[in-house]
Ligand binder design. Structure first.
Ligand SMILES: *Cc1c(COP(=O)(O)O)cnc(C)c1O
Length: 235
């Protein structure tokens, strides 16, 4: 099996998953993509990419809150294969005969056959509220703003006159989502704390990287401008 992050959590690099699927399949691998940093951030076109499966959490860009349900994609070519090993629970058993409790276990074809058990309704409600907003705005519009917002962020960072910082995220908008990872020389986590004290929410990754993700759904160009001004003062 070839399992890899579609958007790298550290560098923010968005890999060409279609190419990865082709490479993996050429070596007879099952190809799976971790989209924890991709869901709600990029448009991976999973079906067309040809990957066998993908999984993601919903509490990052999808805003459903910590502990919320994850998501799973299984390619249509596997949809009716009942012989694939899977977690089995009463929710993926044929509904007609579910309560007869007889062998063999009768897995439903399609997406229903990957359910396991009762979903937690409060978690589902948060996901639904979020996905409704994503439906309303659309990934296309979000990506369009995101490319501009992160491009503006990158431009402002490059204007800071210092040799202490370096953006380690690719500069090609097709090779990233909204995150920029900034490597800072001679800094430690206290820089992140100072940003937090100014109400700038970023994330520190050891040894020397701040991850910053201006999110098109709710961050503005003004937010980005103010964040960079604060970072500049702190540096
Ligand atoms: C956040 C994250 C996950 C999600 O893990 P959970 O167990 O759902 O919290 C998976 N992979 C990466 C790289 C992540 O950053």
């Amino acid at each position: 099996m070839l399992l890899i992050g579609g958007v790298n959590y550290y560098t923010g690099q968005y890999l060409d998953i279609k190419k990865i699927a082709a490479l993996g399949h050429a070596k007879s691998c099952i190809v799976g993509i971790d989209l924890a940093h991709g869901a709600g951030n990029v448009s991976p076109e999973l079906h067309d990419s040809g990957v066998d499966f993908a999984a993601w959490c919903t509490y990052k860009y999808l805003n459903s809150g910590p502990g919320s349900l994850a998501g799973l994609f299984v390619h249509e070519r596997h949809a009716k294969n009942r012989n694939l090993p899977r977690f089995a629970g009463w929710w993926n058993h044929n509904k007609e005969t579910r309560f007869n409790m007889r062998q063999p276990f009768d897995v439903m074809p399609g997406a229903e056959g990957w359910q396991l058990s009762n979903p937690p309704i409060l978690s589902m409600a948060a996901i639904k509220a979020s996905l409704d907003m994503f439906d309303l705005v659309g990934m296309k519009a979000l990506r369009k703003k995101s490319e501009k917002l992160t491009g503006y962020f990158e431009f402002l960072i490059q204007q800071i006159d210092t040799d202490r910082i370096k953006i380690i995220t690719p500069s090609n908008p097709k090779e990233r989502g909204c995150q920029l990872s900034i490597q800072v020389k001679d800094a430690d986590k206290s820089l992140h704390q100072k940003l937090m004290d100014k109400n700038v929410i970023t994330d520190w990754r050891e040894p020397d990287v701040i991850r910053c993700a201006p999110v098109p759904m709710y961050n503005s160009f003004k937010d980005v401008y103010e964040m960079v001004a604060i970072l500049k003062t702190l540096l």
